[in-house]
Design a protein around this ligand. Structure first.
Ligand SMILES: Cc1cc2nc3c(=O)[nH]c(=O)nc-3n(C[C@H](O)[C@H](O)[C@H](O)COP(=O)(O)O)c2cc1C
Length: 199
């Protein structure tokens, strides 16, 4: 099965759009708005995500809009290669080595959030190394962690279970995996997942 997955992914089946970085203005918090903000059961929500080519970012934005959460783009100091084969090869090496790349910035006032959505693309069946670094940098005690992923056809694979294994003490709510599209997740699927998370 692992061999088959590797074959599929080295075949560039899920070649997605060219690399793009998140809006710099997005890092840290969402833009101020005069509109009344939606609330997630009165909880303070952070939507942190890593996105190489924009798909996970699109879902993160939808979640932030639906929950009134602040957005935080996880970005690495060293950028990944643009050539697809180089990218997949580097990603594989890093994942196999458990490598945690250095990140550009930290979440301001992480202690103020009750619920932290944490988004990643599915890379080689698990979450991206940048998210591994992110999860290693904070104390998530007393918070609810809500993982979400985008994928190129493999679905959740080990993304959720590997994340739980990294943080065995953390409280997780059920994760969701969405097919990766630059237009984001199917709104109905997203909404019904979010509703199930509420107490
Ligand atoms: C290095 C790499 C490895 C990937 N491995 C998988 C995989 O194992 N299973 C899968 O379904 N999709 C895989 N994909 C596809 C991505 O999960 C999918 O395109 C995702 O939506 C990209 O999110 P992003 O645009 O936020 O970076 C991989 C993509 C890359 C770049």
């Amino acid at each position: 099965m692992k061999k088959m997955t590797q074959l599929i992914y080295s075949g560039m089946m899920f070649l997605s759009v060219a690399a793009c970085s998140a809006d710099p203005g997005e890092t840290g918090s969402s833009a101020a708005s005069a509109q009344p903000q939606p609330s997630f059961a009165g909880k303070k929500v952070l939507v942190a995500y890593y996105s190489y080519s924009g798909n996970t970012q699109a879902v993160a934005r939808q979640i932030a809009q639906a929950t009134g959460g602040d957005l935080f783009a996880i970005e690495t100091v060293q950028t990944y290669p643009e050539r697809y084969n180089d990218l997949t090869a580097q990603a594989k090496r890093e994942i196999n080595a458990g490598f945690m790349p250095e990140l550009k910035a930290q979440v301001p006032q992480m202690e103020t959030y009750d619920v932290v959505f944490i988004g990643s693309p599915n890379w080689w069946g698990t979450y991206a190394p940048a998210v591994k670094t992110f999860l290693s940098q904070y104390d998530f005690g007393g918070k609810k962690l809500v993982p979400f992923f985008t994928h190129g056809g493999g679905g959740m694979q080990r993304c959720e279970s590997d994340m739980k294994a990294q943080l065995p003490q953390a409280q997780f709510l059920p994760a969701a995996a969405f097919p990766g599209r630059t237009s984001g997740a199917d709104p109905q699927k997203l909404q019904s997942w979010l509703e199930k998370l509420l107490p």
